[in-house]
Design a protein around this ligand. Structure first.
Ligand SMILES: [Ca+2]
Ligand SMILES: [Ca+2]
Length: 197
């Protein structure tokens, strides 16, 4: 039965089935650590069938990384981490992290475009974000997602990757405080439903 499901998913995977649901593009240095160790990407299967992730690719147009074998059931989420060991040390070991080959697709701290491809080269999702996302018009401070602890979360997973459909996380795991504001510093909701959903 499992084998049949995999075959079906390989045939039917289409844009919109698997989405980039959350990114940590600029981890908070003082409480979490460096970009090289603590950037991560969350993927969610919003389609109707299990998806085999083997061979799917994430890229910013330069670096490419290829996901290893994992069957992701509908409505479940997984994490692709820059450094699996660092991620597990920070977030614990209860979150599914997908191994990958290639070169980490560095997430710029200003703006970047992140592309998700199927194993046969179809673009499944594309996210062109900016560090201004999450700031009100005219606000010249930094977004909570811009190195202040929060991740950037998609609000409606079925919706477009526009600025108004993404927001800094306002989550529940807040291990520290922001030295600038004294507010709680959170690190997003990897592997779990988004706080902004
Ligand atoms: Ca970064
Ligand atoms: Ca999440």
């Amino acid at each position: 039965m499992l084998f049949i499901s995999v075959l079906i998913s390989l045939v039917m995977v289409a844009p919109g089935d698997l989405v980039i649901s959350e990114i940590m593009y600029n981890p908070d240095g003082p409480t979490l650590g460096s970009d090289e160790q603590y950037e991560w990407i969350e993927l969610c299967n919003i389609g109707a069938v299990p998806l085999q992730l083997d061979g799917m690719m994430l890229s910013d147009g330069g670096n490419q990384l290829f996901l290893e074998s994992y069957i992701l059931d509908p409505l479940f989420r997984v994490v692709v981490a820059a450094d699996r060991q660092s991620f597990s040390e920070a977030y614990g070991t209860g979150i599914t992290i997908i191994p990958w080959d290639g070169v980490w697709t560095k997430l710029s701290n200003s703006s970047d475009t992140l592309l998700l491809y199927s194993s046969n080269g179809l673009v499944l999702d594309e996210l062109a974000y900016s560090d201004t996302w999450g700031l009100a018009a005219g606000d010249t401070t930094r977004s909570e997602a811009d190195g202040r602890g929060s991740s950037l979360e998609k609000i409606n997973l079925q919706g477009m990757n526009t600025e108004d459909n993404w927001a800094p996380s306002i989550d529940w795991a807040c291990p520290d405080t922001d030295p600038e504001t004294g507010d709680p510093v959170c690190w997003g909701t990897p592997g779990s439903i988004n706080s902004a959903e």
